[in-house]
Ligand binder design. Structure first.
Ligand code: AMP
Ligand code: MN
Ligand code: MN
Length: 316
């Protein structure tokens, strides 16, 4: 299954791995698991990680990552959990200098890039895919690698709640726990810990909530000044959409946040009735059926109405 990728890795002496901007648990988990695996093969391996939330700071050796490197000096670039090369943390100019590129991803709709591509939309997470790849390569899994893969799978499956969780996912996770994944602490740090400022962001999100289409759609918006005055950075301003979706009867939840550059980030979650990846693609974004997003650069009200119209056309 991974023969071509194996060849690319075998032929490369120097490798760098990167993931999508605004990295989530899966982007980080898959990247670092692969990093530690390739170190075991004695590769000269590096991680370029875009700015990540400090909630991940407790993870072992997370700070080994670099901001940028001279891409033309390395034999292989591996892009993790990113459906499009424009979303990885390497500029187009640097990307074009890459000698060989390996894409590893699980998005339904993607714009495949690279010399070898592993795209498995039926697998819960890129981290679960990395588990399969590492197993194929016969690389022993230590407790740090197990922790990173566990974290990626846990976060992308909503703690094994979402429909992307398969029986095999549970078997993989059981094996990772057997191999020393720090599961209790990871769940405590990521699911059971919140900054006070984030609680106030939640308050604002609820205050600004609007309800549409027989309460099937919940929308909220928080502007950049509010986020900034709460002392929250970009990554910390995430994670509000799920609260809106959790209200019974909600089909689609939308959370929009203002960004420093004047654009808006749209984050959507569905309870299964609406395929949000299709909606996001209409607005040049992407994602999964139940979690998708895009960026608004123009007028927010106009964009909001377009989005609501697109959703209305599907739910009616
Ligand atoms: P988020 O709401 O930021 O957690 O995003 C949910 C999912 O939507 C992510 O896993 C991405 O796959 C996808 N996504 C979010 N924003 C974008 C974007 N601007 N372009 C493409 N895909 C996106
Ligand atoms: Mn991701
Ligand atoms: Mn993912």
């Amino acid at each position: 299954m991974f023969e071509e990728g194996k060849k690319l890795i075998e032929e490369a002496k120097t490798i760098y791995i990167t993931a999508h901007i605004n990295p989530d648990g899966d982007a980080i988990g898959s990247t670092y698991a692969m990093y530690f695996a390739l170190k075991k093969l004695n590769k000269d391996v590096h991680v370029i990680m875009p700015a990540y939330s400090d909630i991940f700071e407790f993870l072992p050796s997370i700070s080994i990552c670099e901001k940028s490197i001279d891409c033309d000096k390395y034999d292989l670039l591996i892009g993790m959990d990113s459906s499009d090369y424009s979303r990885i943390a390497v500029s187009k100019e640097e990307y074009d200098k890459a000698r060989k590129v390996l894409m590893i991803d699980h998005h339904q709709k993607s714009n495949p890039y690279g010399d070898v591509r592993y795209i498995y939309p039926d697998i819960s997470s890129t981290s679960e895919l990395v588990y399969d790849i590492i197993s194929y390569l016969n690389i022993p899994i230590d407790n740090v690698m197990a922790s990173y893969m566990y974290m990626g799978i846990m976060t992308d499956t909503g703690s094994f709640n979402y429909s992307n969780t398969s029986a095999k996912t549970h078997m993989v996770v059981a094996d990772l726990i057997n191999k020393g994944a720090d599961s209790t602490n990871i769940c405590k740090m990521l699911n059971d810990t919140i900054k006070e400022a984030k609680l106030f962001l939640l308050k604002k999100t609820i205050e600004n909530m609007e309800v549409y289409f027989d309460s099937k759609v919940r929308y909220s918006y928080v502007d950049y000044d509010t986020i900034n005055s709460l002392g929250l950075d970009e990554e910390d301003a995430e994670g509000m959409t799920n609260y809106l979706r959790m209200v019974k009867g909600t089909w689609v939840a939308i959370y929009v946040r203002g960004k420093k550059d004047g654009s808006f980030k749209v984050s959507m979650r569905s309870s299964g009735q609406v395929d949000l990846s299709k909606i996001a693609i209409m607005f040049n974004g992407g994602g999964h059926p139940r979690a998708a997003g895009y960026t608004i650069t123009g007028d927010l009200e106009v964009a909001k109405n377009k989005l609501l119209n697109a959703i209305e056309a599907v739910i009616k």
